[in-house]
Design a protein around this ligand. Structure first.
Ligand SMILES: [Zn+2]
Length: 74
């Protein structure tokens, strides 16, 4: 079923790299700009919010979810 469709690991990596490099990414299958959503962790009350980004292709509905690590700056 199409519902469980997902990117291959190589495609997912390409999306992550594009997003890291330019702040946006295109779907490797549809060549359309993927929508981004930020998912905050604050509502879980963990004390430390890890920012997550969710990229969703509006055409094929494949998505890539990844964590943005914020610990690189001192
Ligand atoms: Zn797509």
């Amino acid at each position: 079923m199409a519902e469980s469709a997902s990117f291959t690991p190589a495609e997912e990596r390409a999306v992550r790299e594009a997003y890291a490099a330019q702040g946006s990414a295109d779907c490797p299958r549809c060549a359309v700009r993927m929508r981004e959503r930020s998912i905050g962790g604050g509502s879980f009350g963990l004390g430390y919010a890890r920012k997550r980004e969710w990229l969703l292709c509006p055409q094929c509905h494949r998505s890539v979810l990844f964590d943005l690590k914020r610990g690189t700056r001192n």
